[in-house]
Design a protein around this ligand. Structure first.
Ligand SMILES: Nc1ncnc2c1ncn2[C@@H]1O[C@H](COP(=O)(O)OP(=O)(O)OP(=O)(O)O)[C@@H](O)[C@H]1O
Ligand SMILES: [Mg+2]
Length: 352
């Protein structure tokens, strides 16, 4: 079993920077775990601790049934794919892929077999004699993947492997990585700050903030029931609308029911609004809005709206094209099941 367990893992760098704070994650054998969060939240540090490239300040990392804290990277049976691919420029694609196996004194025939097999899977068989400088970005990325695959590791580690590629290639490689990981069934940990990449790749999505886990679970669970305003604002594009409700209410906004008594932030996703004519209702949520800007992207349209005419801005998503024009006054309504409430001070979700 190649499950990965992080138990209360922490990292304090020399100089006192607390990059990772008591993180515990359980990744079952063969699952794809994605770490996502803003720059500097500790994603790479955590991954590098699993790889053995960074010492562990506290806690335990277990791969399979082995505690790996004190093992060298080479003894951990992991393969890592980096953002910059780290290919050897003077070696051919074949030699780049074979390098790690030769170091381990793998028999020549087996190296040949594994490199050819990986090249076939990645469709780079025709590139084996080339040097990395004669490859496109996407091809280099494949070679870096190939180098990881030939090792047949227990665990794949990826640190933003697609961020050097253009948008279209990113999406293509994202799908390929997912298929490949499924087919090979190798436990994987993948770091990104792209929430869409995180949502689409993950079996287990871990949202990190300031060295800690904000929330983890299946991607759609995080989408549907974010535990904090941080997660609500990070997952989804455009993100969830978060409207702080002042004491005494917000002009133009009416809620049928408000949970608890403290100061609240109301959360609602752009796709959960419906637009009606002013004066209709009442619904669980009624907001009188003035449309200030419109973004049409073909498949959908985003309306930027001011609550009550000049209050906070919310984004309303309309499927397909929209006839609505800037300056229009409308009523945006929503059902109770699509409303999220958070404690205004702590940002924590209020039980519902
Ligand atoms: N070698 C180091 N010495 C001291 N502090 C470090 C070191 N490496 C990283 N840090 C700090 O630790 C924190 C986490 O860094 P890390 O590289 O893990 O972030 P990240 O989530 O991967 O960010 P990014 O998305 O920008 O790659 C940051 O505050 C960073 O400045
Ligand atoms: Mg990083």
């Amino acid at each position: 079993m190649n499950n990965v367990q992080l138990r209360q893992v922490g990292k304090v760098y020399a100089g006192g920077v607390e990059a990772v704070r008591a993180i515990s994650i359980d990744i079952p054998d063969g699952k794809f775990c994605v770490l996502v969060g803003p720059s500097g939240c500790g994603k790479s540090t955590l991954l590098r601790m699993v790889a053995g490239l960074e010492t562990i300040s506290s806690g335990e990392i277990v791969i399979g049934d082995r505690r790996v804290n004190d093992l060298d990277p080479s003894e951990r049976d992991i393969a890592m794919v980096f953002q910059n691919y780290a290919l050897y420029p003077h070696m051919s694609v074949y030699d780049n892929m074979a390098y790690g196996l030769r170091n381990r004194r793998t028999p020549k025939a087996e190296i040949e077999e594994r490199v050819q097999e990986a090249a076939r899977i990645l469709e780079i068989g025709h590139l084996l004699d080339r040097k990395p400088r004669a490859l496109s970005g996407g091809q280099r990325q494949r070679v870096a993947m190939g180098r990881a695959i030939v090792r047949k590791p227990r665990v794949f580690l990826f640190d933003e492997p697609l961020s050097n590629l253009d948008a279209k290639l990113r999406i293509q490689m994202r799908v390929e990585i997912k298929k490949l990981q499924r087919a090979l069934g190798i436990t994987s940990i993948y770091v990104t700050h792209d929430q869409l990449e995180a949502m689409t790749l993950a079996d287990i999505l871990v949202v990190m903030n300031k060295g800690k886990v904000e929330q983890m679970g299946p991607p759609l669970t995080l989408y549907e029931r974010p535990a904090t305003t941080f997660v609500a604002g990070f997952i989804g594009a455009p993100p969830m609308n978060l409207v702080p409700l002042p004491e005494g209410g917000l002009p133009g906004l009416k809620l049928a029911k408000v949970p608890g008594s403290g100061r609240l932030t109301l959360g609602i996703r752009p796709e959960h609004f419906e637009l009606t004519a002013p004066g209709t209702g009442p619904h669980a949520l009624d907001i009188d809005v003035t449309v200030s800007a419109i973004e049409a992207v073909g498949s959908e349209t985003f309306l930027y709206c001011a609550v009550g005419g000049n209050g906070p801005e919310i984004i309303v998503r309309v499927a397909g094209k929209s006839e609505i024009e800037a300056g229009a006054t409308l009523r945006a309504v929503a059902e109770a099941k699509n409303l999220h409430f958070f404690d205004d001070e702590t940002g924590v979700r209020i039980a519902d």
